[in-house]
Write a protein that binds this ligand. Structure first.
Ligand code: GLN
Ligand code: ZN
Length: 767
């Protein structure tokens, strides 16, 4: 029988119940037992839903209170020593301290969080495991076994999910920088994995899903032998293991994957369907195939006909008993349930499927493959109708946008003059000191800001009153920045709930859901817009706010835009045309805005591309034209200073491409990875100005002046001091004013000290 399976279910709950519980726990309003109760209820609800839908393999241990990679670290006893020093932390407080850092002046504790980074090319963030060369592992938590038992006690037999040992090691970091040295730890790690698998076997699991998504990446040679070593040992236990790969095809890693003697292999047939034929030719006798035919990364209804044709081909070759149907990857990356969605019109809604609907699609394909076609006739018919309605809808196609795209020429992707000339012109008008200070854009979105916006959205406050409120917030924030002594100011982004939503709402071709939440990190979720049609800008989007803010100060006010790659990456993107095309359409719309800001007298414009790294194709071979997609500001005058901001990733390996994008100033996240970025500048001469973030805004910790100064000094060793800007590593919207004010004071003081130091050394006085 062809099995209907799932690889992972969204964790937060349809109303984000987990988020609210965890945040209440953090603020001391509820107890640990209460959070755990909510978590247990959610797990039970999700298992039951999947069981009611008739799934044959339902995942367990796909749940997490913060992140599944952190859970894996905890399970394996990999707790960095700084969290052990206080000696008092354990259980949930230790777990959250690892995720978020811990600052408790009463207890004299000040422990920085573990690093966080993007999970492959998604907008989900994981906590990076930290290894030291003499790292030891031991079974420190039995979460996978406990959750398996928990489901079993509810009468549901599950397939536990583990993050595989090789990916776990590759996703982590060895003390002192990145290398593949961590693979040497495999020998020490495997006994713990063996122990977990044996416990699961004893508890009655008859399948375990073991995720090795790193198999879709360009891999170092050592990784291949690591896979062999690992799975020779783990398969020897005799518990059937499903090796799950996702986010791409296996390509040059295919022969490795096929030679591991796995009981089953999962393929992402959405990202790389054409690989199936090769796999079918080479699949070892006895191995089952799990086909990821329903897109776990997007919200479009599946073309069931097409999905079924892949399944049928596989069944023809392997027989019914060696085939599973599933989502391409865990459904963590899509919202829970389309049924509760009321904000969308019926036509658009009819084109979509969220996690629950995707599981129904999987079940339908499996039933069809099991010869029960009459039961799913309607479902298949609805799928056909949805595909047909989408491809012919006039809401999707705008000839004017397509015409404009065809007219793009290469000159449009370059600035008028080279950076050296622009720099001089900008210096003449902006008159900034050395080590100029700025922020990344947003200031705290306080409860008040959010509730006033909510009132306006619900019609309880009229537009004029809302606008007046925002003007006041802006004016206050401008004054605060002047008092703090920042050099380039921002208006604070109080009018934006979200940097993508704000623009998407004003662009044609975007739609918004009401409940389409997707986990981003820990308790944080985002509600990605849906790009369903050709994108264009009906009218200016930010000019009024930026002009107002500029009118309040003589210092330069930075215009603030979200870049096209980020808009694309943080949205659900149409799958009926190449991503590159959709990206170019957005770039043209942003370009219109840049030109209008310039006309309105804004001299500094920042285009945020925090998602540039995560949107990069996973394989180098596929990079091609990618970096040209992003260029939206090439039409401006030399005097206009273009900033771009990127965060949350490692940029070492793409610095040359980023440099080629030719922004005048790049501000980039660097404080959480302790300025490893700077090492890259030893080998690569970054040509333009750069602000390596000196303060980790994702942690509630207030940085010390000496810390910031130390980071700046290290920056000044590898960069020319005249290149360096001083800024936090991201926007301040998630922080409170009580954290922001002392932090920025420290930032500015550190910049001042750097200036003084440089002056005294050079014996010159700078402006
Ligand atoms: N300008 C945005 C802000 O400050 C940038 C956010 C981001 O990079 N994620 O909020
Ligand atoms: Zn950022």
């Amino acid at each position: 029988m062809v099995l209907a399976t799932n690889l992972g279910f969204p964790r937060l709950g349809v109303q984000r119940e987990l988020k609210w519980a965890i945040e209440r726990y953090w603020s001391g309003k509820i107890s640990q037992a209460e959070v755990e109760k909510t978590a247990r209820e959610l797990r039970a609800k999700h298992w039951k839903l999947q069981s009611d839908l008739g799934l044959d393999h339902i995942p367990s241990n796909d749940f997490s209170l913060y992140d599944h990679v952190l859970d894996t670290s905890v399970m394996l006893g990999e707790v960095p020593s700084r969290f052990r020093e206080s000696g008092e932390l354990s259980g949930l407080p230790l777990y959250f301290a690892m995720a978020r850092g811990l600052q408790d002046s009463a207890a004299g504790l000040d422990i920085p969080a573990m690093e966080m980074t993007k999970w492959f090319d998604t907008n989900y963030h994981y906590i990076v495991p930290e290894f030291k060369p003499d790292q030891d592992f031991s079974l420190a938590s039995k979460q996978p076994v406990d959750e398996f038992r928990e489901a079993k006690s509810l009468g549901i037999s599950t397939r536990p999910v583990l993050l595989g040992p090789v990916s776990f090691l590759l996703l982590g970091k060895m003390e002192g920088g990145r290398s593949t040295a961590q693979l040497k730890l495999l020998e020490r790690l495997l006994p713990v994995y063996e122990e977990v698998l044996k416990l699961l076997q004893k508890a009655g699991a008859d399948w375990v899903q073991i995720d090795e998504p790193c198999l879709v990446l360009d891999l170092p040679e050592e990784a291949h032998s690591a896979f062999h070593t690992a799975y020779q040992r783990l398969n020897a236990i005799g518990l059937p293991l499903l090796l799950a790969t996702y986010f791409g095809g296996l390509r040059d890693n295919l022969s490795t994957a096929l030679s591991l003697s796995m009981a089953a292999l999962h393929l992402d047939c959405v990202r790389q369907p054409e690989e199936l034929d090769t796999v079918l030719k080479q699949a070892p006798a006895g191995m089952s195939l799990s086909l990821g035919v329903v897109d776990g990364r997007n919200i479009w209804r599946t073309n069931l006909e097409r999905a079924f044709s892949l399944v049928r081909r596989t069944v023809d070759q392997l027989g019914q008993d060696r085939v599973m149907v599933g989502p391409s990857c865990s459904l963590l990356h899509v919202p829970v349930d389309l049924d509760i969605e009321n904000a969308l019109d019926p036509e658009l809604k009819g084109w979509l499927a969220f996690a629950k609907q995707k599981l129904q699609e999987i079940k339908a394909v499996a039933l069809q493959a099991n010869g029960r076609a009459e039961e799913v006739e309607d479902t298949f018919e609805q799928s056909r109708a949805a595909i047909e309605s989408r491809s012919s809808s006039p809401r999707i196609h705008n000839p004017a946008v397509q015409q404009r795209l065809r007219a793009i020429d290469p000159a449009m992707t370059r600035r008028h003059s080279p950076y050296a000339e622009r720099r001089q012109r900008q210096a003449a008008t902006l008159k900034l000191p050395l080590f100029p200070t700025t922020t990344i854009g947003s200031f705290p979105q306080t409860k008040e800001v959010r509730s006033v916006r909510a009132e306006w959205k619900q019609g309880k406050r009229d537009a004029a009153a809302y606008e007046a409120f925002l003007r006041e917030e802006i004016a206050r924030t401008v004054r605060i920045q002047e008092e703090l002594g920042l050099d380039v100011l921002v208006h604070g982004e109080f009018e934006r709930s979200d940097m993508v939503e704000y623009f998407g709402e004003q662009l044609a071709g975007f739609a918004f859901t009401q409940h389409g939440w997707v986990q981003s990190y820990g308790s944080r979720a985002v509600k990605p817009p849906v790009i369903f049609g050709d994108v264009w800008r009906p009218k200016p989007m930010t000019v009024a706010w930026s002009s107002y803010a500029q009118s309040l100060t003589s210092r330069p006010m930075k215009g603030m835009l979200t870049g096209p790659v980020t808009m694309l990456q943080w949205s659900f993107v149409r799958d009926d045309q190449p991503r590159a095309l959709t990206c170019r359409q957005i770039a043209l719309a942003i370009r219109d805005e840049v030109e209008d800001l310039e006309k309105a007298g804004i001299r500094v414009i920042q285009i945020d591309e925090p998602a540039i790294r995560e949107a990069l194709p996973l394989r180098r071979q596929d990079w091609g034209e990618y970096f040209n997609w992003a260029v939206a500001a090439s039409g401006v005058r030399d005097e206009t200073q273009i900033h771009t901001h990127m965060c949350y990733s490692e940029f070492q390996d793409i610095l040359d491409s980023i440099a080629a994008m030719d922004a005048d100033v790049l501000s980039v996240e660097a404080s959480r990875s302790r300025m490893e970025l700077l090492d890259a500048f030893v080998h690569f001469q970054y040509p333009n100005a750069i602000g390596p973030g000196v303060y980790d805004i994702h942690s509630p910790r207030v940085p010390k002046v000496e810390e910031i100064e130390d980071l700046l000094r290290r920056a000044a060793e590898v960069l020319d001091p005249s290149q360096i800007w001083v800024n936090p590593d991201c926007g301040l919207k998630t922080r409170g004013w009580d954290e922001v004010l002392p932090s920025l004071t420290a930032v500015i003081l550190a910049a001042t000290l750097m200036r003084k130091d440089l002056q005294s050394r050079a014996g010159v006085v700078f402006g």
